[in-house]
Design a protein around this ligand. Structure first.
Ligand code: CP
Ligand code: NVA
Length: 301
């Protein structure tokens, strides 16, 4: 694995190996742990806001011996129109790896190609692979694994999280049901690219929740979609995870949310607080999963 640009690019074995490594890194976390990135500098180029991704990468890089260099895209020449491929060719000669949060998936693809340094997708409009790896780690911890499990995703099924979940289902073979209104279901181009996969799409919340082991949601207004907020909130309202939806799922089902959560929108206050331990364990797992990604990329150079 030279880069982590999307779950789409990973094999089943690569995903399993990253989760195994994350389990070990979490169990062995200590102040003087191994430092495979000792002395390195990793650039973190962010065009969108972040709490979890930024903090977990900064802490993770420090723990592995590297220095994170946070670059708000608006503070560097990228924000004034310097092409991503030129930015990549400059940074690639100075830093050891790059972590990029932006809009267009093609930008992280181009950065990886032109920078020639390990490149990580820290969220684009297309995929959020780091989040999915943390979610899989949490599912392994809380449910013993994903084999034979049914994961139900509620809300904007055509956003980065819905798409990354679909690739994870295809690679790992678990059942994924996306419950979304027609306007927010994965589009035909995506479903065609996904091909044969254990993924179904429905507008029936009950069908999705029934027999499910994981109830998953994400904001209804992803970053960059703020102008559509009113329409999205109205159309997606029936797809909220609330006590009734939880009551339909399997006994023992867990609730997951990539966060940040908007209470009263995609999830109720009642469900979020009742399931806070599961949801914030998932947030903590961003750190362990991303350390596994960094270690794997360093080893592959
Ligand atoms: N889940 C997630 O990526 O959170 P941030 O936007 O806070 O990084
Ligand atoms: N779909 C959301 C995820 C936030 C972590 C967004 O892109 O804003």
């Amino acid at each position: 694995m030279k880069h982590l640009l999307g779950i789409e690019d990973l094999s089943k074995e690569e995903i399993e190996s990253l989760i195994d490594s994350a389990v070990e890194l979490k169990a062995g976390r200590c102040l003087d742990g191994p430092k495979p990135l000792l002395g390195e500098t990793w650039a973190m180029i962010f065009t969108k806001s972040s709490t979890r991704t930024r903090v977990s990468f900064e802490v993770g890089l420090n723990e592995l011996g590297a220095r994170p260099m946070f670059l708000n895209a608006n503070d560097v020449q990228l924000g004034r129109g310097e092409p991503i491929k030129d930015t990549a060719r400059v940074l690639g000669r100075m830093v050891d790896g790059a972590i990029i949060r932006t809009f267009d998936q093609q930008d992280v693809v181009d950065f990886a190609e032109y920078g020639k340094i390990p490149t990580i997708n820290a969220l684009t409009d297309e995929e959020h692979p780091c989040q999915i790896l943390a979610d899989l780690l949490t599912i392994r911890e809380l449910l013993g694994g994903w084999e034979g499990k049914k994961i139900a995703f509620f809300g904007d099924g055509d956003c980065n999280m819905g798409r990354s979940w679909a690739w994870a289902a295809k690679r790992l073979g678990f059942e994924l049901v996306i419950a979304a209104p027609a306007a927010f279901q994965p589009d035909d181009e995506f479903m065609g690219r996904l091909g044969e996969a254990p993924v179904t799409v429905t507008d029936d919340v009950e069908v999705a929740a029934k027999n499910s082991d994981v109830l998953y949601t994400d904001t209804w207004v992803s970053m960059g979609k703020e102008a559509e907020a009113a329409d999205r909130l109205a159309t997606l309202a029936p797809f909220q995870i609330n006590d009734e939806v939880v009551s339909i799922a399997n006994p023992g089902a867990i609730v997951q949310h990539c966060l940040p959560a908007y209470r009263g929108k995609e999830i109720t206050e009642s469900v979020l607080e009742a399931r806070a331990d599961e949801i914030f364990q998932e947030a903590e797992n961003r750190l362990h999963a991303q350390k596994a990604i960094l270690v794997a990329l360093a080893a592959a150079r």
